[in-house]
Design a protein. Structure first.
Length: 273
C-alpha cells in the first residue's frame, strides 16, 4: 500500500530519480518538475519584472524618452518661423525663435538626457513653449488664409505660394504633434513613471499589447506621425482619440489642414493658369 501511495504522489519516480542524480553530482536541491500553468505564469511575470529592472528608478529610466527628438521638432518650428513672410509672423522676425529657444534651453538644462523628472515648474515651461508654438502656427494660418482669399502679394507667385503655404502647413503639423506629446497621459515625464489605466490617445500597440508588449510607451515619433497623418487624411488613421480633449484637438487640426490645403491648391490653379 505504501508503495502505491508513493507512486501516485510521484508518478514514474520522477522526484526520486532526480534526487539521486543531484546527490551523485553534488548539485543543490531545487524543484526540477515541469512548470504547471500557474507556475508558468508566475515565472513569466517574474521574468518580465527582471527584464525592466527591480527598482522604480530603473524602470523609469528604461521607459523615459530622450529629449532630443522633441528638441529637434522645436528647432525645426523655429526655422520655419524665420522662413515666413513678415506679415505671417506673430512677432518680429527674431523674437519668437529667441523666446522658444530660451524655453527649450530651460527644459534641457533642468531635465537633460531623458525626460523623467516630474515637476510642476518644468511642466509649466513645457506647456508655455508648446502654447507659443501653437498660437504662432494658428496666427500664421489665419494670415495665410486672409492673403489667399483676398489675393494678397505674399502668395501671388508660385514660389512665394509654395514657401508660405508649405511653411505654415508644416508649422501646424509640428505644433499639433508637440501638443499631443505634451497632453497625452500627463506628458512624457508622467508616462515614464506610469501609463494611465485608460489611454487618451489609443495607439495600435495599446489596443493590442501582443504587438509590442505591455510596457510599451509612445514616443515623440508616434505623435509626429499622428500629426502628419491627421493633417493629410483629415481624420484619425491608426490612432484613436478617446479623451474629449483629443477629439477636439484632432478635429481642429483636421479643419485647419483642410482649409490650408484647399485654398493653396485653389490659389495655385489661378497662379499657374
Amino acid at each position: 500500500m505504501e508503495q502505491l501511495v508513493e507512486q501516485r504522489g510521484d508518478p514514474e519516480g520522477y522526484g526520486q530519480k532526480h534526487r539521486h542524480a543531484r546527490e551523485k553530482d553534488g548539485s543543490p536541491e531545487e524543484d526540477d518538475r515541469p512548470l504547471g500553468r500557474e507556475d508558468g505564469e508566475g515565472h513569466r511575470a517574474q521574468r518580465r519584472r527582471t527584464d525592466v529592472g527591480g527598482d522604480p528608478a530603473s524602470r523609469e529610466s528604461a521607459y523615459a524618452e530622450s529629449r532630443w527628438p522633441m528638441a529637434g521638432a522645436v528647432a525645426a518650428a523655429m526655422v520655419l518661423t524665420l522662413l515666413l513672410p513678415d506679415d505671417f509672423r506673430l512677432a518680429p522676425r527674431w523674437m519668437l525663435p529667441i523666446v522658444e529657444g530660451l524655453l527649450l534651453l530651460t527644459l534641457i538644462a533642468a531635465d537633460p538626457g531623458r525626460i523623467n523628472r516630474r515637476s510642476a515648474a518644468l511642466r509649466a515651461v513645457s506647456v508655455t513653449l508648446i502654447g507659443v508654438l501653437a498660437i504662432s502656427a494658428i496666427w500664421s494660418t489665419i494670415q495665410l488664409i486672409d492673403d489667399l482669399i483676398h489675393g494678397g502679394t505674399k502668395t501671388s507667385s508660385a514660389s512665394a505660394l509654395l514657401q508660405a503655404g508649405g511653411s505654415v502647413w508644416a508649422s501646424t503639423v509640428l505644433a499639433f504633434s508637440l501638443l499631443y506629446f505634451e497632453l497625452d497621459g500627463g506628458g512624457a515625464a508622467a508616462r515614464a513613471h506610469q501609463m494611465p489605466a485608460s489611454p487618451q490617445l489609443a495607439f495600435p500597440q495599446q489596443l493590442n499589447p501582443d504587438l509590442s508588449g505591455s510596457h510599451w510607451r509612445p514616443r515623440y515619433i508616434d505623435y509626429l506621425y499622428l500629426g502628419l497623418t491627421n493633417s493629410m487624411a483629415f481624420s484619425p488613421t491608426d490612432v484613436m482619440p478617446l479623451a474629449p480633449w483629443a477629439k477636439i484637438v484632432m478635429g481642429i487640426q483636421s479643419l485647419i489642414s483642410l482649409v490650408i490645403l484647399g485654398l493653396v491648391v485653389a490659389r495655385a490653379v489661378n497662379v499657374l493658369a
